[in-house]
Each structure stands twice: as structure tokens, then as C-alpha cells.
Write a protein that binds this ligand. Structure first.
Ligand SMILES: Cc1ncc(COP(=O)(O)O)c(C=O)c1O
Length: 390
């Protein structure tokens, strides 16, 4: 049964992102099995732009023990969705946000002595308040420098209600399997953990591993792993952990037309056709996150599996692709921009490489106009689509 809303949405969208909820769940479970560790689902930044509510509802039944968010307000959103497990606020907090942390039981990252006094003075009651100490082992972003943790704990003794129940750090180069910085960071982190233990701090959660480290660096798994991207199936080359691509991005054909040899396509007239050519104009552009930098390597796939190369500069709302014949695609029909369809795949890593960026950026830059939909099986929205467009 098709609801009125589904019908209206499917009938009018230009671009749709399907999130296959079973695949998100099975990726989470596969990571837990492979590492043998509890898993913190990193759902910060609106679950990398896919929609916090949508991804949380996919994971809800698995009751993740931890969820990572960027700031306290994202933690509040998660609580309002009904999540009762532990929430780690990875990118810290500002003084005026301390009441939120207490009120919504959010665990902050602490990386500065000043934050201790903000927490101390902003607490609403005297019960012990837990935080995770964030250590800089080589990322050079937030974090107490790994060889200055003794200074930090010296200050911490003045705040007896503040309890460091966890310690964590970020790996800068975990996606490069040969990079010597990762073992160095792991060793620095271990040294910090040894120090905290010797000093008697009750640090029960030690964690370092993002998705890349889950795939490449078992030494970094520690007490908890923190995947974001791999929840959606991202798998780097050579990994032994098999995951399922959970996202698929489509956009619709606006027009199929014939252009003569010598004609140019798009802003800047950068693409000149050397022969007559059939092209399709697709209703997606950089406003939707189909990045201008994707061209000229980018391609799309027709529903029947034909490879459609992007021609010329990508515009704000439109992209032109080459098609083999006037019947390759029909106006109104969706073509695949990212993901797997009937054995063919446009890989997230490849799409990121077209723009010389990280796969995280590709997902988190999807624009507000892209309709995000949960789908229940590999057939996705096509059965409903076919029913509506029969
Ligand atoms: C502290 C921290 N841990 C884990 C992650 C998850 O990273 P990934 O999506 O590469 O798994 C992030 C994301 O950037 C992060 O900031």
C-alpha cells in the first residue's frame, strides 16, 4: 500500500538517497563480531548528513552501548529520539552548554584544564560527573598533548567530583596501511593509558579506532571501536572485513537530446563534442552535493547498467551525461550516482577520489533537496517506483 506522502515524494523528487536499514544494522554487527569490541556508532553531523533520525532508527533495536556526536545539541536530539545509552560528545563543549550535559546525561570530551572549571562551576548537583579525556597523540587538533597528561591530572585532583572514566585519541593517517604515524600514535596512547593506570585513575574505556583503524590496525581497537563511515559499508582496499554498501543515490533524467559535433557543453564551454552525440540532462548539481570537482572523471549508471560519462562542468541543478542511444534512458527515469545496482557499483571511495576528497565529505555534503529514504531490501524503492510509473 502506497501512502499519499510516499506517492507525492516519489512522484516529485529530482534526487533521492536510499539508506538500506538492514545493511546499516548488518555492518554494525559485522564490525562488532570482527573486532570483538563494543561499538560506538559515530552519528555526529546529522549521521554524516544522512539524517540522525533515520540512521538511529536503523540501529535502535541493536541498542548500541555508545553513540558519538559532535556537540551537546546533537546529543539532545538523540535523547529526544529516545536513545538511553551513553552519548559521547566528541568535539567538546562551551561553558554555556554545561547545564545541557547534566540535564541530558551526555558525556563530554575534555581536553583542557579550563573545561574542568567550567564543569565544576556549571554542575547542577554534586553527584560525580564522568568525562572522557581527549589526548593529542599526533592529530594536532583537540586534545591534551600526550606527554603533558601528568600536568592535566595534577589539576584534575583539585576537582574530586570529576571522573575520567574514558580516554581517547584520534588517528591522523589510519587509512594509509603503511604510515608509521599510526603505530607511533598507538604507542603514545598506550603510554598515556599506562600512566593513568599507575596513577590510579578509573579509566575503563580506552578508544582510538575509527573505520580505517577497524579495517587496518587491530592494535588500535582497545576497549571500544568508533566507526562512522563503515556503518554505511565503506571498505578500504585489502580489508578482510566484508561490509554491505548501505547507501544508493539516484537522480532523474530531465531531457534526452541530440547535440551536433563541435557543440560545447556546460559553463566555461570546457567540453567540446568531437562527434554528434546523444546526451541526457540529469536533475542534480552541486547544490545537491554532486560536486563540481567530480567532472571530468565522473560517470553515472543507467538502470540497465549503461555507463554514462559526465560531460562538461557540473552546474548547480543540472549535470549532462553522454548516452549511447536515445533509448538508453527516458525522461523522468532515475540514474545511479553512487552505490550498487544489479552487480555494478559506483564506489564511495572512487567518487571521493574524483574530487580529491574524503568519502566522509561526499556523504556529508548531500544537499537539503536530496530526499533521504529508508528502504527495507536490496530492491530499494524500485518496486514502488514501477507501481507508480506503470
Ligand atoms: C573522534 C572520532 N572518532 C571516530 C570517527 C569516525 O570516523 P570514520 O567515519 O572514519 O569511521 C570520527 C569521525 O570523524 C571522529 O571524529
Amino acid at each position: 500500500m502506497v501512502s499519499v506522502e510516499q506517492e507525492r515524494d516519489l512522484a516529485t523528487f529530482r534526487s533521492v538517497l536510499e539508506v538500506w536499514s538492514d545493511a546499516v544494522r548488518s555492518n554494525y554487527e559485522a564490525i562488532a563480531r570482527y573486532t570483538g569490541r563494543p561499538v560506538m556508532a559515530v552519528l555526529k553531523s546529522d549521521a554524516y548528513g544522512l539524517g540522525l533520525g533515520l540512521i538511529y532508527s536503523a540501529l535502535r533495536d541493536l541498542a548500541p552501548p555508545w553513540i558519538g556526536v559532535a556537540n551537546p545539541w546533537e546529543g539532545v536530539r538523540l535523547r529526544r529520539l529516545g536513545y538511553r545509552g551513553r552519548v559521547l560528545v566528541l568535539s567538546g563543549f562551551l561553558p554555556e552548554e554545561v547545564p545541557l550535559l547534566a540535564q541530558w546525561s551526555l558525556t563530554p570530551a575534555v581536553y583542557d584544564v579550563q573545561q574542568l572549571s567550567w564543569l565544576w562551576h556549571g554542575r547542577v548537583d554534586p553527584t560525580p560527573f564522568a568525562f572522557h579525556l581527549k589526548v593529542d597523540t599526533g592529530m594536532g587538533r583537540l586534545g591534551v598533548l600526550w606527554d603533558r597528561v601528568d600536568e592535566f591530572t595534577g589539576h584534575l585532583r583539585r576537582f574530586p567530583g570529576l571522573v575520567p572514566e574514558g580516554v581517547f585519541s584520534n588517528l591522523a593517517c589510519a587509512d594509509r596501511p603503511e604510515d608509521p604515524l599510526t603505530p607511533l600514535q598507538v604507542e603514545r596512547f598506550r603510554e598515556v593509558c599506562r600512566f593513568l593506570q599507575d596513577e590510579g585513575w578509573p579509566v575503563g574505556w580506552r578508544h582510538l579506532a575509527n573505520s580505517a583503524a577497524i579495517h587496518y590496525w587491530p592494535d588500535a581497537w582497545m576497549d571500544l571501536v568508533r566507526p562512522g563511515l563503515s556503518l554505511y559499508g565503506w571498505t578500504p582496499p585489502g580489508s578482510r572485513l566484508g561490509l554491505t554498501m548501505a547507501v544508493r543515490w539516484w537522480a532523474r533524467v530531465l531531457q534526452v537530446r541530440h547535440l551536433p559535433a563541435g557543440w560545447t557543453v556546460g559553463y566555461g564551454a570546457r567540453c567540446r563534442l568531437d562527434s554528434d552525440r546523444w546526451v541526457a540532462v540529469i536533475g542534480v548539481g552541486y547544490f545537491d552535493g554532486y560536486d563540481r570537482r567530480f567532472s571530468p572523471q565522473a560517470y553515472m549508471l543507467s538502470r540497465r547498467g549503461e555507463r554514462l560519462p559526465v560531460l562538461g562542468t557540473i552546474s548547480m541543478d543540472m549535470t549532462v551525461v553522454g548516452v549511447g542511444s536515445p533509448s538508453s534512458v527516458r525522461p523522468g527515469e532515475p540514474v545511479l550516482l553512487l552505490g550498487e545496482w544489479q552487480g555494478q557499483r559506483i564506489d564511495l571511495g572512487d567518487v571521493a577520489a574524483w574530487a580529491q576528497t574524503a568519502p566522509h565529505e561526499v556523504l556529508s555534503r548531500l544537499g537539503p533537496r536530496v530526499s533521504r529514504r529508508v528502504v527495507r531490501d536490496a530492491g530499494g524503492f524500485w518496486p514502488l517506483w514501477d507501481q507508480l510509473h506503470a
